[in-house]
Ligand binder design. Structure first.
Ligand code: FAD
Length: 538
């Protein structure tokens, strides 16, 4: 055991939320902050060149998590990549910039008791985080640390997809974060001047020289230190050595939706029935820890193209890669400046639905993400869809009292029949959009991962259960609210424990109706005001 070191705030987890917290809290020179990240520094070029996304869902910058066998999906074990690097998910993600719909946040307040989190009250936190290169008030900010940009040169296939969406009957939508999500269009991404803008880039890089900020990478937080019912620090493991760090003000848990509940459980905070089998002493019974896990269940269709035309060329044709590299180095433009996930759509699964409940991502490439087949030989494109407001709920439980062991993650994908039905409708709509003239002319064949035809509703349901996978959006495992399953209160303080807040995607009571990075940034921005006891005007 080595020495103890003391800070005002100790942040466990240097991902999307942790970097926002550290960057903002150290704006006050009198506040000493320690940010602890289990992964490495974010130095690798694949992290910063947007097209590097295609290399990041496998390899050393993700945890290698996988699910428990999924009962509703034929007991399949599903890969669950999550960022393990400074910047967390924001350093390896597809950079799609969306933030759900106002009704998501209004529901947090109305249905879960998350007072102060209605959209009218949190919108200002989206705005202060954002530095948008095209859009401004009332829906966007232009002076924040997060660079948000249009894709510099959308691929012609992405343009074809957006046209196909219109031929299918969707309006063109120039801003999925504006008046409405509904329609087809191009995503904006978390990019600044052609480089990925994670929260490590946007919030930590400018703060690095501050003497009041200490960043430790490759340090695994193993538990929260408690003095009775007060959190007083954390214990870490680094190269086989255990260290302790004291927080005189607060410990801020920001290890993401899979590990924040695990760290609470390892520290004796959780459902006693989950702790006792592993010999973990119950320090504070809190039934909701690790419950309420939600994720969007992604459904991909890969298309073989009739011309050598997609971004697969970057993988397969060296001259194309070299040219793209030169263009990127000289102008920060071209295919490498694209995150690959360029275009998309939001639709409704039926006329009875008011707000869109299906989201689509179009990739002018195939085999980009872990577990998705490439087209060989030939060139491909991918369209995926998911239902944005799933009803299935899963769990995160300890796999062992050993902090180096992966937790048992059970997203319980498609356990609710509603999710199966809407997922099937999403696949159907994917195929209908891709059959429109602007897209159909480029498609040689549909690769349905072994399923030769989808005709009946039963075919679609079988497909959904056979191929549903994570969209990397786990939330909800330390849910905010006031009910008996709530883990944190609306100020993000762990119920019944002093000096401990959870600030990351795990506090969302329900998953928002879109990708989850921007909402997590918003949560951390609001947390800073809560920590400082500060009111902010709109
Ligand atoms: C492959 C992928 C693609 C995605 N695509 C998009 C997208 O296009 N758009 C979008 O909006 N969202 C996307 N997301 C989701 C988004 O990135 C996450 O919602 C967001 O990063 C969650 O932030 P967080 O702070 O809760 O967790 P994270 O960003 O995961 O941060 C948690 C951090 O804690 C660290 N940590 C964990 N355990 C410990 C420990 N014991 N000790 C120390 N450190 C620890 C982790 O290494 C990590 O850095 C994607 C995510 C992934 C993984």
């Amino acid at each position: 055991m080595s020495n103890t070191t003391s800070y005002d705030y100790v942040i466990a987890g240097g991902g999307t939320a942790g970097c926002v917290l550290a960057g903002r809290l150290t704006e006050d020179p009198d506040t000493r902050v320690l940010l602890i990240e289990a992964g490495r520094n974010d130095l690798h070029p694949f992290i910063h060149v947007p097209a590097g996304f295609a290399k990041l869902t496998t390899g050393p910058y993700q945890w290698g998590f996988s699910s428990a066998p999924q009962r509703a999906c034929g007991d399949r074990v599903i890969l669950l990549p999550q960022g393990k690097v400074l910047g967390g998910g924001g350093s390896i993600n597809a950079q799609v910039f969306t933030r759900g719909i106002p009704a998501d946040y209004d529901s947090w307040e109305r249905d879960y008791g998350a007072k102060g989190w209605s959209f009218a009250e949190i919108q200002k936190y989206f705005l202060i985080s954002e530095n948008n290169n095209r859009l401004s008030a009332p829906y966007h900010g232009t002076t924040g640390p997060m660079g948000i940009s249009d894709i510099a040169d959308p691929h012609p296939l992405s343009e074809a997809f957006v046209k196909a969406g219109q031929e299918y009957g969707l309006p063109y939508n120039a801003d999925f974060n504006g008046e409405t999500q509904y329609g087809a269009g191009f995503y904006q991404t978390t990019t600044k001047d052609g480089r990925r803008c994670s929260t490590a880039a946007g919030y930590i890089r400018p703060a690095r020289k501050r003497p009041n900020l200490t960043v430790l990478t490759s340090h695994l937080v193993t538990r929260i230190l408690l003095d009775g019912k007060r959190a007083v620090g954390v214990e870490t493991l680094h190269k086989g050595t255990t260290q302790r760090f004291t927080a005189t003000a607060e410990v801020l848990l920001a290890a993401g939706a899979f590990v924040s509940p695990k760290l609470l459980q390892l520290s004796g905070i959780g459902d006693p029935a989950d702790l006792r089998p592993h010999g973990v002493e119950v320090r504070h019974a809190l039934a909701g820890v690790g419950k309420n896990l939600q994720d969007h269940c992604d459904l991909d269709i890969v298309y073989e193209l009739n011309r050598y035309w997609s971004m697969d060329r970057l993988e397969k044709a060296r001259p194309a890669t070299a040219l793209a590299g030169l263009q990127y180095l000289a102008f920060r433009s071209g295919p490498l400046a694209s995150t690959v996930v360029e275009a998309g759509a939001f639709t409704r699964s039926s006329a009875a639905v008011t707000d869109p409940d299906l989201q689509f991502h179009f990739l002018p490439a195939a085999g980009v993400e872990a577990g998705i087949a490439a087209v060989r030989p030939g060139y491909g494109a991918t369209l995926n869809s998911y239902l944005t407001r799933p009803l299935s709920r899963g769990t995160v439980r300890l796999g062992s009292a050993d902090p180096t062991v992966q937790p048992i993650i059970d997203p319980n994908f498609l356990a609710d029949d509603h999710d199966v039905e809407v997922g099937a409708e999403g696949v159907k709509q994917s195929r209908e959009i891709m059959a429109q003239p602007s897209m159909a002319r480029h498609v040689k064949a549909e690769h349905l991962a072994g399923q030769s035809t989808l005709r009946t509703k039963d075919d679609y349901i079988k497909f959904v259960k056979a191929y549903g996978r994570t969209s990397y959006h786990p939330v909800g495992t330390c849910a905010m609210g006031t009910g008996d399953q709530a883990v944190v209160d609306p100020d993000l303080r762990v119920h019944g424990i002093e000096g401990l807040r959870v600030v990351d995607a795990s506090v969302m009571p329900t998953v928002v109706s879109s990708n989850t990075q921007a909402p997590t940034v918003m949560i951390a921005e609001k947390a800073v005001d809560l920590i400082r006891g500060r009111q902010r005007n709109a």
